[in-house]
Design a protein around this ligand. Sequence first.
Ligand code: MG
Length: 283
Amino acid sequence: MDHSVGGGAVRRGEEASKHRVVHREAWASVVYVRYQHSGKMCEGALLDSDTIEEFEPGSGINGSPTGRTIPLADVRLLPPCEPSKLIIVARNYAEHAKETGSEPPSEPHLHPIPASSVIGHGEAIALPPGIGRVDHEAELVVVIGRRCRGVTEEEALGYVAGYTCGNDVSARDVQWGTPPAFARAKSIDTFSPLGPWLVTDLDPSDLLVECIVSGEMRQSGRTRDMLFPVQRLVMESSRWMTLEPGDCIYTGTPSGITPLKGGDVCEVRIEGIGSLMNPVIVG
Ligand code: MG
């Protein structure tokens, strides 16, 4: 499995690790991973592009190191959080609205979906036979860190644990069918890849977001072109529902959506985070 960090993901390195206990609050960033190793669910942080520093079980993003390290190549990565729900933001880039024949919205369009559609890095996106057209949507995903309701834009980033890559896989014949079924089109099992890890303290305002399908670049955009920035999306989401730790906001996709087919490998690559890779199967 390809665990390459790519895209300039943060490296903490030995220097930061050495000062961990004393200067924890001064760290620039943590690359938090959840993974399976020797049949156990584990968590930790990347020390570099090849090595995980293991945390005490259940200790979370600011976890306590056990003192053990594990090669990244020896683990199966899991989604970096356990959401109670996903909030899908529709048409948050003007060029994407245009390619779907829609006007850019005047306020954020938020669609909550169940989290049962989430899969991690390396797991297969399974296209149900006869489902029709299914597209990739490369997206920056906001992961909530603290329970909140009714936060202001100014407060919003204080409730964010970090950022990861997401693929808002969408069954268009369901979404645009009769009747239209936006949420159902996106909540099919395996249709919400998430990962490979969570990066804290990342500035989300101008990151390159790309989608590469079987080696071919299909989407390339920057988060500065979002119609509604991350702060606004957190604020609007929290107006209507309590956001729980681990909840995810899929922030919308740049233009360039294309259909997936069995045998493809779909990669979502985001600057400062890394690459989320998922094979596509029919079944
Ligand atoms: Mg989307």
